[in-house]
Ligand binder design. Sequence first.
Ligand code: F6R
Length: 607
Amino acid sequence: MCGIVGYTGPLNAGEVLLNGLSLLEYRGYDSAGIALFDDQDISVYKQIGKVKELKDRCADITDVSHCGIGHTRWATHGGVTNVNAHPHKVGKVTLIHNGIIENYHDLMERYKLASALVSDTDTEVAARVIEHYYQELQDPKAAIWKTVSELRGTFAFCVLFEDVPGVIYCIRRTSPLIAAATPNGAFAASDVTALLEYTREFFVLPEDTLAVLCPEGAFLEDAAGNAVAPEMLTVDWDVESAKKGGYPWFMLKEINEQPRALQDTLLPRIENGLPDFTEEQIPDDFLKRCKQVCIVACGTAMYAGMVAKALIEPLLRIPVSVHVASEFHFSNPLVDDDTLMLVISQSGETIDTLDALRLGKEMGATIVSVVNVKGSTIARESDYVLYTHAGPEQAVASTKAYTVQIATLYLLGCRMAMVRGKMSEEDAREFVQNLLQASEYEQQVIEENNDAIQEIARHIIQFDDAYFIGRGLDYSFSLEGALKLKEISYIHAEAYAAGELKHGTIALIEEGTPVIAIATQEPVYRELLSNAIEVKSRGAYVILITKKGAHAPKKAYDVQLTIPDVDDRFTGFPTAVCLQLLAYHASNEKGLDVDKPRNLAKSVTVR
Ligand code: F6R
């Protein structure tokens, strides 16, 4: 949940670290800090608040350092204070950490640290244990190995030792950490976004392997001191893709990038007009033979899974279940060798999703993941990976990752239906054609509906609550619409299956309560209109989303928003864009930080 960056080489380390932290800020933004080697000394600068505030605090550093580490924090242990911010400096050891040390309390007692600790963090405990062993063993590597052998939990560490200028030691267990060696020095970071300005080639630090970064390169070794060869990866993201590119917020930029992201994700997997997963080597044989599909994910990714279920289950006529990843372990899931497990994650690092993947694997499922970040843990631990090509997603609220996840799952569903004889080749071609056109539908909504949605947002921000209703596929879209609105505008928003209203929820409707009624599915259109009329007649302010040309009586809505008149199965793409714009404008009109909503971080690597 925190962002880590380390650099050693000829460049100005302070600048490299502060720029890297700005690019990683979506991982955590309650405080930030850097530590810089200057001659034989290490200076630490920390500041609560955003990276911008740390930059201001560092503005008067005059010495140029060539080695340092930086951290942007999402507090887990201990409140948001300068003392709790990283780096933590203890004697000759300076440390940054992403993860949670579960046995920090035992370590505190074993090493009698209670009176020495100055912060409330598990990280300082780890720093003090490393310092303890450094004093005893006088060897940085041995001190780190000894310490990590005693740690339980998750960690990615970058460590400096005052006696070893210009060298950064890195090690991780579960928490992400990548590194790169370039002609301009060696880098470490939580993800590649921070490094795009310097390189697109990197490697994921293998777990429980020590990386020693110095200006000449990045060298890996195992606990026995044997050299380990890194497995190099390349991303095709460019440095501009990680910047705002003239947009006021990343979220708006990413909403606008969706049509392109959809094409980039779909086109490499379409051969002769049909879905093709040869590149990913997913065997048709298993797609044909599996007896159930089990989807696990968190948040928005899970809602993408709900959309996929609504499409795939009726198509394949086999059970498709969607699981909140954090509940999976406790649900005694029905998973076996005949299960296709679809694991969806933008970051590929969400720990709850990773835990669920590992359990599913243990139980014999075949894992296909849908992941945006190359080389991420979920991608590496899956049997097969379907990378989405959305480019870096920087806003905490997921937008483009969601629509490309749905598109990928649709394509996979179509292939499964084909090989299982549930869809003719002709129908599959038509399905793929429609899917490809979804990017045009998204573009139309961006161009035609933005102003109207901004007006609606101005109206709904006067209220504390909003409700989203839909039936069938529309219900799945409404779940994501409500999440988007609440997480960035702080308006309490809930989604309900429209038919459920009269079983309790309708009691919440008061004069003016905004209700976003999604009515894009023809078989349930009339029923949905009845529900809209029911809430409107009780005072709700109804925003009705329909296809263009759909007739709705005036008594069913206050404002009507239309999306292109497309096949029911594909309305999710333009509808998602409407709902994302609504949340975006509500947050922006309220003057909030659209990209970094309170209490949240983009990559949730703690349980
Ligand atoms: C909401 C949002 C989150 C993520 C969730 C899973 O806008 O972004 O709900 O979808 O934390 O993250 P990933 O997809 O990285 O596993």
